[in-house]
Design a protein around this ligand. Structure first.
Ligand SMILES: O=C(O)C1=N[C@H](C(=O)O)C[C@H](O)C1
Length: 293
């Protein structure tokens, strides 16, 4: 169960001069693992990968690979793109220490499900590490059915799917009711982590888990142990936190809270993202401390 547990897609903090704050990434990476995260994700959506140049991406991967190597934790690296040659090149370029690649469904082109299958089957023949399909139709514009995910999951180099469809849909219920051997579902829709775990997901790749990390870890453990009462209580509280942290475009609120806690040097994000409003940050900080029953 390579993807079991909570994996934190790290933010990319920036200095006041607008540079990538590598030291802050290193400290955050250690802190997430200290809190029980099973692994880290570099260059996810939360890491603002689209706004980083090649050299910055390489530095983020390097620091995360160093920390995950020291801690024997899984490092998953985001590979975004909508053409097979650049995605394949990015996979081939992954350095030692990267354990998996989170590959977005090709976005904007809307290639259809046959195109999605051909894309991932081509990458699965090239990749040095297992692939996790990043299925997020409200960002990519491309639907992917349970049947298609099951077909892709039959490939030995396709390890799972990060499932983020804006809730729990019938495809999630269908897929989790009949998973290919060795294929896992991890939640990518933070507020729905608890119900997806209840349906049999292995864990989550959750930006919200930058905060109350240990609670997210305990939530996954409670569902895996069948402690339903504990899992339901934690799930309700953490859903409220997730909703507050996603009140404005991710990762602006999370960065605002981490900055207010002194964990990153600035709350800055790169355009077209803009820093979260003070009210959203204040509300998220309040919910993080008092998540309710
Ligand atoms: O960075 C990621 O990977 C994630 N991105 C999602 C999004 O911003 O849509 C949210 C999820 O927590 C992880």
């Amino acid at each position: 169960m390579m993807l079991r547990g909570i994996h934190v897609p790290l933010v990319t903090p920036f200095t006041a001069a607008g540079e990538v704050a590598v030291d802050a990434i290193e400290k955050l990476a250690h802190q997430m693992l200290d809190e029980g995260a099973a692994g880290l994700v570099a260059l996810g959506t939360t890491g603002e990968v689209a706004a980083l140049d090649a050299e910055e991406r390489a530095r983020v991967i390097e620091v995360c690979a160093r920390v995950c190597g020291q801690r024997q934790a899984l490092l998953t690296v985001g590979v975004t793109g909508n053409d097979v040659r650049s995605a394949a090149q990015a996979l081939r370029s992954l350095p030692e220490g990267v354990g998996a690649a989170l590959v977005t469904v090709p976005y904007f082109l809307r290639p259809g499900e046959r195109g999605v299958v051909a894309y991932f089957e081509a990458l699965a023949e090239e990749t040095p590490v297992p692939l996790v399909i990043y299925h997020i139709p409200y960002r990519t514009g491309q639907a992917v059915s349970a049947a298609t995910l099951r077909r892709l999951g039959a490939h030995p180099m396709v390890a799972g799917v990060k499932y983020a469809v804006g809730g729990i849909d019938l495809d999630a219920v269908d897929l989790l009711g009949d998973l290919p051997d060795g294929f896992e579902v991890v939640c990518g829709e933070d507020a729905f982590i608890s119900p997806l775990l209840a349906l049999g997901a292995s864990g989550g790749i959750l930006a919200a888990a930058h905060l109350r990390t240990r609670d997210f870890v305990e939530l996954a453990e409670a569902w895996q142990a069948g402690d339903v009462a504990r899992a339901q209580a934690l799930g309700r509280r953490l859903a409220r936190l997730s909703a507050a942290l996603f009140a404005e475009p991710n990762p602006s609120v999370i960065k605002g809270v981490l900055h207010a806690q002194g964990l990153i040097p600035t709350p800055d994000v790169r355009l077209p993202l803009v820093p979260a409003g003070a009210e959203a940050v204040s509300q998220a900080r309040l919910v993080a401390v008092h998540p309710g029953q």
